[in-house]
Write a protein that binds this ligand. Structure first.
Ligand code: DGL
Length: 277
């Protein structure tokens, strides 16, 4: 039985936000979730900044009016490092939780002082990311590694169950730095798609490192901003659903969503108004 309250909206460009959703479920089992994938805009890493911001603001205009979520978790680094401020400004009554590269915890934990941030090309070039490094990691050597392929590889892996290991190996290779007898010891997974590939990353890495996945921390942050209520007082049987901006998720995606406890209602599959891009 789920509490009869407004849903918590979890947003990403594709399946990556599911890595955050699964942690939120563990912490908030009585809540109803609405997962939204802007799959028509995937990959976000390749977008021009002004266009992507405008797209997200327009999309959230529709989503908030229709679904009235209690909070929104932007479970996407590429979207958060760009659009969080614009979304908060456009919709001041909705609390937004963002996902940004875990540079601070990496800087606190590294022993070698060599940290790599693995992200989409969009996240790597953001001023927001540079500011995080300047604020928290001045004592470290931070290498930013932009990957054009990994988010797509993670999508394929989650849909088809298959991934080219050599492709993963090639994408993560620049993260591994040896300098003055020291080696990279932490790789920040700064794209929510990447934790799905972490076993392949471990297998193909030239040496063992700590792969930092911020999903649990994001879920805890979301929990901390929700008002405390007595869940036993809850009413209706809320069903968790997933929406896709393409309006046309394939069979493998619908199956995957089912595995994550999300229904993809037919009437919602085509519910989006056309967006730019
Ligand atoms: N999952 C997204 C992130 O955390 C990016 C995937 C994409 O390129 O759209 O950055």
């Amino acid at each position: 039985m789920k509490a009869d309250r407004a849903p918590l909206l979890v947003f990403d460009s594709g399946v990556g936000g599911l890595t955050v959703l699964r942690e939120m479920r563990v912490l908030m089992p009585d809540r109803t979730f609405l997962y939204v994938a802007d799959d028509a805009g995937f990959p976000y890493g390749a977008w021009e900044e002004a266009e992507l911001t405008a797209r997200m603001v327009a999309l959230f205009g529709q989503l908030l009016a229709k679904h009235r979520p209690e909070i929104v978790v932007i479970a996407c680094n590429t979207a958060s490092t760009l659009g969080l401020a614009a979304l908060r400004k456009a919709y001041p009554d909705t609390p937004f939780v963002g996902t940004v590269p875990a540079i601070k915890p990496a800087a606190e934990r590294t022993r070698s002082g060599l940290v790599s941030v693995l992200a989409t090309p969009g996240t790597v070039k953001r001023q927001y990311t540079r500011d995080l490094i300047a604020q928290w990691a001045t004592k470290c050597h931070v290498r930013l590694v932009g990957s054009t392929e990994l988010a797509g590889l993670a999508e394929t892996y989650m849909r088809e169950g298959f991934v080219e290991e050599d492709a993963v190996k090639a994408e993560i290779a620049p993260c591994f730095v040896e300098q003055a007898g020291k080696r990279t010891d932490i790789v920040v997974l700064a794209c929510t798609h990447y934790p799905f590939l972490v076993n392949r990353m471990r297998k193909t890495a030239p040496w063992p490192v700590d792969w930092l996945d911020p999903a649990e921390a994001i879920a805890r942050r979301a929990l901390s901003i929700l008002p405390v209520v007595d869940d036993n007082a809850g009413g209706g049987e809320g069903a968790d659903i997933a929406l896709f901006t393409s309006g046309a998720p394939g069979k493998s995606i619908i199956r995957l969503m089912k595995g994550f406890g999300l229904a993809v209602p037919i009437e919602e599959r085509v519910a989006m108004e056309p967006l730019e891009g």
